[in-house]
Write a protein that binds this ligand. Structure first.
Ligand code: NAG
Ligand code: NAG
Length: 627
C-alpha cells in the first residue's frame, strides 16, 4: 500500500469513528451517532432518535428490503422506548423514570455504545445507567443496564424497559409460536366489561387478560414480539442470569397498547421485592431488540428464533466492557447428573446460586446461572462469573431437590464435577402417587374457563376456571387410587370454600355462592404392615393465602394455617399453572392404616365468604410406608 493511500485510509477510519460526525438522517449508510439535544444513532439497517433528557427512544426506522415504505415510517410514532420503575423509598411507593441529561459515547468501528446515567437520585436513590448498543450493519439494538447500591430504604417492585408501539403498524403479537394472533384493539378494550384488573370481557363473550400473554421463562419463550404485515420487532433474550425468582419465573411479554416488555425485575407470581444492600450491583441484559421484515408475522417470528440461536453463540457479549459483567473472564461448570444411577427420563434443571441462597424462587438480588441436562445426563452451565456457588438441581418426576455446596468457578476455566448421583428422597415403599413432581399443576383436571381471543391457550390460562370448580366438582374430588384418573378426578387447585370466586364473578356463570369448606378425599386399599411409619408428601405448585389440613381415617396428621414465604402468588387468578412451589411432608404411624382408607384434605380452620380467593395448587401427592 502506498503511503498516500495509507493516509487516506487512516483519515477515513477517523472520519467513520468520530463521535462528532453527523449522521445523515435515514441515509442508512454507516454506523454513526449525532449528539445533540436528541441523539441519532444509525447504521446500515436501522436508525433511532433518542430524547436525551429522558433517555427515551422517540423514533425508529428500519431499512426494509421487502417494503420500501417502511424506510420512511417512524415505527414508534406516538409511542416510545422507555424505562419505568415502581419503587419504594422509606415506605413510600412511586413510579419513576431516569432523568438523564447526560450521555457517554463509546465508539469503535464495530459498535457504538450509548450510556445514559440517571442524574436524579433524590427521587430514585440508586446508581442507575442503561446502555443502547448498535453494531455495524446489524438490525438488532441491544439494551442493558447497571444498577448499583446507593443507600438503604430503597426497594424495587418492578423494573422494566418497555416499548410502546403504534397499534396501526404492530397489529399482531407472538408469545411463543403458538400464542400468536391479532392484538385486541383499544376500542375492544374501551367497550369491554372489566371483570378484574387487566381482565376484559368483550362483546362476543371472550375474556382477555394481559396475563394470558405471560411467558414461563423455562427455556421456551425466549423470543416474543410485536409484528406488522411486513415488519417485526422481537425481543431476544439469550441468557437470563439476572432473572429474579430463578429459571421458572413467569412474566409479561407483550400486551394491548402494543407493548413489548423487558422486565429486569418484577413481583409477579410471588417473587419478593428487590432489596439492594451495601455493595450490591447487578447488570440486567443485554437483551436484543431485533427488527426484521418478511411476508407474514409467522415468517418473521421464525426468523427471530433463528437470530436468537446466533445470539446465543455471542454470549457473553464482548461489547459490554463493565467489569461487573466480566465478558472476558467467565468460566463454566459441567458434569453428568444421574438419579439413582441413571439419567433422568425427563427434564433436569441445574442452577448455580450464591452460597447463601436457599430458595432460588425467592432470590431477587443476585445472579443465577442455569442449564438443562442432556439425554445422557450431561450438563454444562456456561458463562459463569468466577466465584463460589451452590448447585441446586430439580428434575421432573423426582421429589425434592439436590444441593451441592462449594462449587468453584475460576476465570476462563471449566470445573468438571464428574458424575453426580442424586439419590432420590425415599421414605420406604411407595403405596401410591397422584400427579407428577414437576412444580406444575397442568396435568390435573382444569375446569373450563371463558373463551379467549388468544389462540392455543391452555385451559388454565383462561379467565374463571375457578368459577366452574363447583360445576366440575359439585361434591369436591373423591379419588380412588387404582381406578380414578388424575386428569379427570383431581382438580388442579383446591379452594377453601365450595364456590371460589367473588360473588360478582360467580354471577357471570350463574353460580350461587356456597361458603361451606371443601372436603377432598383419596380412597385407597392397604394390606401391608401396621407397624412402622407412613410418610405423606405433598407438592404444592402455588398458594394464595391458604393453608391445609389432612386427616387419615379421621385422625388429623397435618395442619398448616399459613405457609412460610409469600402469602399469595396469585397464580390461579393470574391464569398460571404454577407460582411459588412448596413441599410438605408429614409422618404418621402405620397403625392408622386399615384395609380401606380415606385421606381427607380440608381448610385448616373455619372459613367464611371472605375466603373466596384462598386456594392451594397441586403438584403431586405420594404416600410411602417404612414397613
Ligand atoms: C450487511 O449484511 C448483509 C446481510 O445481512 C450483507 O448482505 C451485506 O453485504 C452487509 N453489508 C455491509 C456493508 O457489510
Ligand atoms: C346465566 O343465566 C342467564 C339468564 O338465565 C342466561 O342468559 C345465561 O346464558 C347464563 N349463563 C351461563 C354461563 O350459564
Amino acid at each position: 500500500m502506498s503511503t498516500k493511500c495509507l493516509i487516506v485510509s487512516l483519515v477515513l477510519l477517523l472520519f467513520r469513528t468520530s463521535s462528532g460526525q453527523q449522521c445523515r438522517a435515514l441515509s442508512f449508510q454507516r454506523l454513526c451517532v449525532t449528539d445533540g439535544s436528541n441523539v441519532v444513532l444509525e447504521n446500515e439497517r436501522l436508525s433511532m432518535t433518542i430524547n436525551k433528557a429522558k433517555g427515551q427512544i422517540t423514533a425508529l426506522y428500519f431499512n426494509s428490503r421487502v417494503d420500501s415504505s417502511i424506510k420512511s415510517t417512524n415505527l414508534l410514532r406516538g409511542g416510545s422506548g422507555y424505562y419505568l420503575a415502581n419503587i419504594n423509598v422509606n415506605g413510600k411507593s412511586s413510579a419513576v423514570g431516569p432523568n438523564v441529561g447526560n450521555m457517554k459515547i463509546t465508539q469503535s468501528a464495530e459498535f457504538i455504545d450509548l450510556a445514559f446515567t440517571n442524574q436524579d437520585t433524590s427521587t430514585w436513590p440508586i446508581n442507575f445507567e442503561f446502555h443502547l448498543v448498535l453494531q455495524k450493519n446489524s438490525s438488532i439494538f441491544y439494551y442493558y443496564s447497571i444498577h448499583k447500591y446507593l443507600k438503604d430504604g430503597y426497594t424495587a417492585e418492578q423494573l422494566r424497559w418497555a416499548i410502546r408501539a403504534p397499534a396501526n403498524i404492530f397489529k399482531y403479537y407472538n408469545v411463543d409460536g403458538r400464542r400468536a394472533g391479532t392484538m385486541p384493539t383499544q376500542s375492544d378494550i374501551d367497550s369491554a366489561e372489566v371483570l378484574q384488573d387487566w381482565t376484559y370481557k368483550f362483546k362476543d363473550g371472550s375474556v382477555y387478560s394481559k396475563y394470558q400473554q405471560i411467558s414461563s421463562n423455562e427455556n421456551i419463550n425466549t423470543v416474543f414480539g410485536i409484528y406488522g404485515d411486513r415488519i417485526g420487532l422481537s425481543l431476544l433474550q439469550t441468557h437470563k442470569e439476572w432473572l429474579s425468582g430463578g429459571p421458572f419465573k413467569q412474566d409479561l411479554t407483550t400486551h394491548t397498547g402494543q407493548m413489548l416488555l423487558f422486565h429486569e425485575h418484577s413481583g409477579h407470581y410471588g417473587t419478593p421485592e428487590l432489596v439492594p444492600t451495601s455493595g450490591w450491583t447487578k447488570v440486567y441484559g443485554p437483551i436484543g431488540f431485533y427488527l426484521n421484515d418478511g411476508q407474514s408475522p409467522s415468517e418473521m417470528y421464525s426468523d427471530a428464533q433463528r437470530q436468537l440461536s446466533d445470539e446465543e453463540k455471542k454470549w457473553p457479549y464482548q461489547f459490554v466492557t463493565a467489569p461487573e459483567y466480566n465478558a472476558q473472564g467467565r468460566g463454566s461448570v459441567s458434569g453428568v447428573l444421574t438419579v439413582d444411577g441413571s439419567p433422568n427420563d425427563d427434564w433436569v434443571w441445574l442452577t448455580l446460586t450464591e452460597p447463601n441462597v436457599n430458595n432460588p424462587q425467592l432470590e431477587s438480588a443476585t445472579y443465577m446461572y442455569s442449564a438443562v441436562a442432556g439425554k445422557n445426563g450431561d450438563f454444562k452451565i456456561p458463562a459463569v462469573r468466577p466465584g463460589t456457588y451452590k448447585l441446586h438441581v430439580i428434575a421432573k418426576g423426582v421429589v425434592g431437590e439436590y444441593i451441592q455446596n462449594n462449587i468453584r468457578v475460576q476465570q476462563k476455566q471449566n470445573n468438571n464435577l464428574g458424575t453426580i448421583n442424586w439419590k432420590q428422597e425415599s421414605h420406604g415403599k411407595l403405596l401410591w402417587q397422584i400427579g407428577v413432581p414437576d412444580r406444575n399443576s397442568a396435568e390435573f383436571r382444569l375446569p373450563a374457563g371463558f373463551p379467549s381471543p388468544i389462540p392455543n391457550l391452555a385451559e388454565y390460562r383462561k379467565f374463571g376456571t375457578w368459577l366452574s370448580y363447583s360445576k366440575a366438582f359439585p361434591n369436591d374430588p373423591d379419588f380412588t387410587v387404582g381406578s380414578s384418573d388424575p386428569a379427570k378426578h383431581w382438580c388442579y387447585f383446591m379452594p377453601m370454600i365450595k364456590t371460589p370466586g367473588s360473588p360478582a364473578q360467580l354471577k357471570l356463570v350463574n353460580v350461587t355462592q356456597n361458603v361451606q369448606p371443601t372436603n377432598w378425599k383419596v380412597r385407597f386399599d392397604y394390606s401391608g404392615s401396621t407397624t412402622g411409619t407412613a410418610t405423606l408428601t405433598l407438592g404444592l405448585a402455588a398458594n394464595v393465602k391458604a393453608g391445609i389440613r389432612a386427616l387419615i381415617n379421621g385422625n388429623e396428621i397435618l395442619k398448616v394455617n399459613n405457609f412460610d414465604g409469600p402469602q399469595g402468588d396469585s397464580a390461579l387468578f393470574r391464569q398460571a399453572s404454577h407460582g411459588i412451589y412448596r413441599q410438605q411432608s408429614m409422618t404418621f404411624s402405620q397403625s392408622l392404616l386399615k384395609a380401606k382408607n380415606i385421606l381427607e384434605f380440608t381448610p385448616p380452620g373455619a372459613v367464611s365468604q371472605n375466603h373466596f380467593d384462598k386456594m392451594v395448587m397441586w403438584d403431586f401427592l405420594r404416600l410411602e410406608v417404612s414397613n
